[in-house]
Design a binder for this molecule. Structure first.
Ligand code: ARG
Length: 581
């Protein structure tokens, strides 16, 4: 067993039950990795809360539990500290043995989840006929990392790109296409589509005749008029080409098969509304069919509804999300649903979930989570904009990341051929962009800074990629010298080696934390800590220049596990590594 968290937790749980009786069998032993290595590698913090329940001093509770603890040679020491913390130090034998097993394991010791979910991850979701801008980057990057982590844990992940591809705005867009004789927009660049959007909006606001025709066009679209649908499809197709290009550049998993835009739910809107009406979950209010989830109040304390069906008979954003959650649970069998949008949509999703619960779709055992994130700010602390004050287009952002990374690589490694420098720049530039986003607590706003995200030191992608490259360099030297890494248990003599081993055994816990909290920054923090420990090790412990040939092989093996763990961890964030930079 190399899953330390699980091994310690079950041993402590069993000891708690043995010491205090079966009433306490389900108690969470609160096993956590320790931040302070001098106290131990892991902690179990159950004693304080149990002491309250039982009415005995925490230290006495801890002692009673420890008397029943069976951990064999996994631990070197288990000690009570302070008011009743239990500090655990893993044994060197266990660490060596586990590292050897991890070295040979492509999953680096991470077990698959015991309960496998069918998870829908709703992310990216840009709006058709509008260019993707910087606001969509967070949902795309965070959602992608979450999808990767959950899939790695063995869950079935359904990526759902909930494109804004339906609604009243298409009336004006299509009407404008008709006016301009734009039969198809196929050969026009998406820049023109953006312009199309702008021009149609100007007309809509200025020309009441056009506005009226646009409204009629919406009705034609919704009733399936063939010519209107044809133009609508042309718009969608052109937008999808633009999205696909961005997704490919960013190296995110989303593709054609993941597009489930709002229009996909069109046929389900009527039946959803009818079901909600006939069960009495939705009620008529001011001519509209409304669902009032409990506890959602407006500014004046008035209850706020989800609009299931507007008074004109139309359906909107709320209905689509109700139909989507119903479909995901009922038809797809989802047991977990994750929605990645900015925090301004929190209330919307809280209401959708409450509504789905009232409708009886979202039952116990099924989890729906909104995964909100904050804004990207410029270095002036205001929302991130171009110098001219416009929203930053995602293509421009990607181009700049690639250009800046290419300049850095060319400066550092001018001897490499250009194709190679380009491919390294791709990994560094895109990696930096993604990592800057992922490494910040997602709920907070973060300040966008090219200098910071592309720096080779600090908590950045290039720093982690560089640690990997260093190890690859050591391995090249080893190959040249005919030295191979040791197989089996890895000996740990120096404290730096031991610290690395303890940290590598925490990888499982880091991945697990992300899958539970849906906070990718926890994995970033972990990988940064691992890379920092590696640099400490590398300064103190010579590898290829060690005099003892066996020590060389042992340290080489340890380096190999670090490199593999970094590469795997970064891949779960959607970030590539390279052999040199
Ligand atoms: N298209 C929406 C927007 O740009 C995001 C959709 C999020 N997903 C959902 N199921 N509502 O704001």
């Amino acid at each position: 067993m190399i899953d330390v968290q699980t091994a310690l937790s079950s041993a402590f749980s069993a000891a708690i039950a043995a010491a205090l009786g079966n009433d306490y069998a389900g108690t969470d032993p609160v096993v956590r990795s320790s931040a302070d290595a001098s106290r131990g590698d892991w902690q179990a913090n159950f004693a304080m809360s149990l002491a309250k329940r039982i009415g005995k001093p925490p230290r006495a509770v801890a002692e009673a539990v420890m008397a029943e603890l069976k951990l064999g040679d996994m631990v070197q020491s288990v000690e009570i500290a302070g008011p009743g913390f239990v500090n655990i130090r893993l044994s060197d034998a266990f660490l060596s043995r586990s590292l050897g097993a991890i070295a040979a394991d492509p999953r680096k010791g991470v077990p698959e989840a015991t309960r496998k979910d069918m998870v829908a991850v709703d992310y990216s979701a840009p709006n058709v006929a509008k260019e993707m801008h910087v606001g969509h980057i967070r949902s795309t990057i965070i959602g992608d990392a979450i999808s990767r982590v959950l899939a790695f844990q063995g869950h079935t992940v359904l990526r759902r790109n909930h494109l804004g591809d339906w609604g009243t705005q298409f009336g004006q867009l299509i009407e404008h296409m008709v006016d301009e004789g734009l039969d198809s927009v196929g050969e026009h660049a998406i820049g023109d589509l953006n312009e199309l959007y702008r021009a149609s909006k100007v007309k809509f606001d200025a020309d009441p005749g056009f506005a009226e025709r646009a409204r009629k066009r919406v009705v034609a679209l919704q009733s399936g008029d063939a010519e209107t649908l044809r133009l609508w499809r042309a718009l969608i197709a052109e937008s999808k080409r633009h999205f696909a290009k961005i997704y490919k550049q960013l190296g995110v998993l989303l593709d054609e098969g993941d597009y489930y835009g709002e229009s996909f739910y069109n046929d389900m809107l009527g039946p959803t509304a009818e079901e909600l009406a006939s069960s009495g979950v939705a009620v008529m209010s001011d001519g509209a069919l409304c669902l009032f989830p409990e506890g959602f109040k407006g500014r004046e304390g008035e209850p706020v509804p989800l609009i299931v069906k507007k008074s004109d008979g139309g359906y909107g954003y709320d209905t689509t999300d109700l139909a989507a959650i119903r479909h995901r649970i009922r038809d797809l069998g989802c047991t977990r649903m994750v929605y990645v949008t900015d925090s301004r949509q929190k209330q919307h999703f809280d209401m959708i979930f409450a509504g789905a619960r009232m409708a009886g779709w979202l039952k116990d055992g099924i989890v729906a989570e909104h995964t909100p994130f904050g804004a990207i700010l410029g270095e002036d602390g205001k929302p991130f904009k171009t110098r001219a004050g416009d929203t930053v287009r995602l293509t421009d952002l990607i181009d700049e990341a690639l250009k800046r990374a290419f300049d850095i690589v060319s400066e550092k490694s001018p001897q490499l051929p250009e194709v190679e420098r380009r491919s390294i720049a791709q990994a560094i530039g895109i990696g930096a962009l993604k990592y800057a986003d992922l490494s910040n607590d997602r709920i907070k706003d973060y300040v966008f800074s090219w200098e910071r995200m592309l720096a080779f030191d600090g908590n950045t992608a290039p720093y982690l990629q560089n640690a990997y490259v260093r190890i690859k360099g050591i391995f090249r030297k080893a190959t040249d010298a005919g030295v191979t890494p040791a197989q089996g248990p890895i000996a740990l003599g120096a404290p730096e080696e031991r610290a690395l081993a303890v940290e590598i055994l925490r990888f499982t816990d880091a991945v697990d934390q992300v899958s539970r909290s849906l906070e990718p920054h926890r994995l970033c923090t972990y990988l940064y800590g691992l890379a920092s420990l590696f640099h400490g090790f590398y300064e103190k412990c010579p590898v290829m220049s060690a005099t003892d040939p066996e020590l060389k092989r042992q340290r080489l093996a340890l380096c190999g596990v670090v490199a593999d763990t970094l590469a795997l961890g970064l891949s779960l964030l959607g970030i590539e590594v390279m052999d040199q930079m």
